[in-house]
Design a protein around this ligand. Structure first.
Ligand code: FES
Length: 102
């Protein structure tokens, strides 16, 4: 797919209900598995730079491990403040790879 780059193999994806940090292309990504659907956010929390990919999944959102802000994986919006947004990154799983548009 044009404009997409591989950041990890399908085998490295987190299981359902978990999140994982992936380093690739000189940056950090937060890869979440929400009930089997893979979503990718920028790995740096917009609050104070916490490692979103080291957080947890709770009620379909990624929760930052530092101060527990919870982000919608589709919009990036924080639960308590929709104006505070994590960057949502277009992603696709194909040919055994997770690819993102950066
Ligand atoms: S740095 Fe993520 S919630 Fe504060």
């Amino acid at each position: 797919m044009s404009g997409f780059v591989r950041i990890c193999s399908q085998a490295e994806l987190p299981p359902a209900g978990e999140v994982r940090e992936v380093m690739a292309e000189g940056r950090t990504f937060c890869v979440a598995n929400i009930d089997g659907a893979i979503a990718v956010l920028d790995g740096i929390c917009p609050h104070r730079g916490g490692p979103l990919g080291q957080g947890i999944v709770e009620e379909g959102r990624v929760v930052c491990p530092w101060h527990a802000w919870a982000f919608d994986v589709h919009t990036g919006a924080a639960l308590h403040n929709p104006n505070a947004k994590a960057q949502v990154i277009d992603a696709v799983v194909e040919d055994g790879e997770l690819r993102v548009k950066i």
